[in-house]
Design a protein around this ligand. Structure first.
Ligand code: DLL
Length: 432
């Protein structure tokens, strides 16, 4: 079967898959209840015990887990194993609001590589490919996660990491890269830079693009395919659940197959938390089935999509969700980095002379996200000399970058220069 890493599971008959999910759910529930005080307390409050989960339908009885539970448990409070069994830590988002910290046992890393290998393979990558990974190698999960899967696939992996587009293009040409792995916005930027930097597309051997970590449309897909000369697929994941490898498109490009032997996916109404029928839009909720260090029960992602169980022409039986097109909260994704307006507010609050009025402006230039933060300064401080103004702007930009992990352009505005709102402040203007 072409392009399928693990046909035994990926084409498993639905009934058998449900049995497997139930077996694994029971194990996970016991594992979490017995080893994570957070879950035990939550269950006791709900009057629930592991033996009450007698079928897959009983999943709905289990209380939700949310991002704040991770923050409150910072850093290791949700781990189900002692730290000596944890061999890797990753973490997402800034330092002002407490970041989400996640851990992996040796077994978890093994599963993770299996699942990103499936995603890469579904997107068309194989053992003969040269894969250039332009996700950051660091605390976020993108780089290391996809790296492991592509290596397992047998591809030749180049850990290029992010940034320095000229160097990326030189590597791409000289090392004969066939698979590009990064955010869709960075791929667009690379596409725009090819000619600009004097490279010849004919010299590139790109064949496959594995893009994810942020929302993107089918229009962007078409552009990327045309401009880079590759087949582009979407893959999705989040650190709390594992990182990349949760779901990914096959070459049919009609939805992302969830690795359902390792995760149960539900779609719920973001307001009521009730499950919505197949085909209806709602918030994705995941339950891990095999994780050791960090089992997660009914995690509310904040990501909106619809699910369907229709058979796919690729032969996989795993359910598919549409591209994730929006979120339920105010989290912004800027060049693949998660940013909360509240983080900006906190940083500004700590800088002398800055008023608590700001607005974030998001645009896309040359296909790359640009973030501008307009900041109001106190009348006494508003620097009258140009040089001082530029220095102060740079200082604010540095402080923001330290906290957010992404560079913003800062524009100081005069007192009352930022629009005021009578109701909820419109902190973000997203013109992307
Ligand atoms: O972004 C993991 C990842 C890395 C996935 C590389 C794919 C490729 P976090 O930093 O925890 O993890 O951010 C998770 O990013 O809740 C979504 O809102 C968004 N997101 C991730 N993938 C997609 C996608 C990684 N394909 C948050 N489409 C998630 C839309 C995505 N949004």
């Amino acid at each position: 079967m072409n392009g399928m890493w693990n046909p035994e599971y990926e084409t498993m008959e639905r009934e058998r898959l449900r049995e497997l999910q139930f077996e694994r759910l029971q194990m996970t529930v016991r594992w979490a209840y017995n080893n994570v005080p957070f879950y035990r307390e939550q269950w006791e409050e709900a009057g629930l015990r592991p033996q009450d989960i007698g079928s897959l339908d009983d999943l709905e009885k289990i209380p939700f887990t949310v991002k704040d539970d991770f923050r409150r448990a910072y850093p290791y409070g949700l781990f189900a194993v002692p730290l000596e069994q944890v061999v890797r830590i990753h973490s997402s988002t800034g330092t002002t609001s407490r970041p989400t910290v996640v851990g992996y046992t040796r077994g978890d890393l093994n599963t993770w590589a299996e699942l990103t290998a499936r995603v890469a393979s579904a997107g068309g990558a194989h053992a003969h490919d040269v894969a250039q990974i332009a996700f950051g190698y660091g605390l976020p999960t993108g780089g290391f996660g996809l790296h492991a899967g592509l290596e397992r696939l047998g591809a030749t992996v180049i850990p290029a990491s992010t940034g320095n587009t000229r160097r990326q293009l030189t590597i791409m040409r000289d090392f004969h890269t066939t698979v590009l792995v990064c955010t869709p916005s960075y791929a667009m930027y690379i596409a725009g830079s090819i000619e600009e930097m004097g490279f010849d597309r004919e010299e590139l051997k790109l064949r496959v693009g594995l893009f994810g970590a942020e929302p993107w449309t089918n229009e962007v897909r078409e552009q990327l395919e045309a401009r880079l000369g590759l087949s582009a697929t979407d893959n999705y994941g989040l650190s709390e659940i594992m990182g990349p490898g949760v779901s990914g498109e096959c070459l049919m490009k009609e939805g992302l197959h969830v690795n359902e032997d390792h995760f149960i996916v539900e779609v719920v109404d973001p307001e009521t938390g009730e499950r919505v029928p197949e085909g209806k839009e709602g918030e994705l909720v995941f339950t891990s089935l095999t994780k050791e260090a960090l089992p997660v029960l009914r995690y509310r992602t904040g990501d909106l999509a619809t699910m369907n169980l229709r058979p796919c022409a690729c032969g996989r039986t795993f359910a598919r969700h549409t591209k994730v097109f929006a979120r339920t909260d105010d989290m912004l994704i800027v060049r693949g980095v998660n940013v909360f307006p509240s983080q900006v507010e906190q940083v500004l609050g700590r800088i002398e002379g800055v008023e608590p009025h700001f607005q974030i402006l998001l645009t896309r230039e040359d296909a790359l996200d640009q973030m501008e933060v307009q900041v109001e300064v106190e009348p006494a401080i508003f620097p009258d000399q140009m040089r001082k103004l530029v220095e102060f702007e740079r200082e604010v930009a540095d402080r923001l970058q330290e906290e957010l992990g992404v560079r913003a352009r800062v524009r100081l505005v005069e007192p009352k220069g930022v629009p005021r709102f009578s109701g909820k402040a419109r902190r973000v203007v997203d013109n992307r």
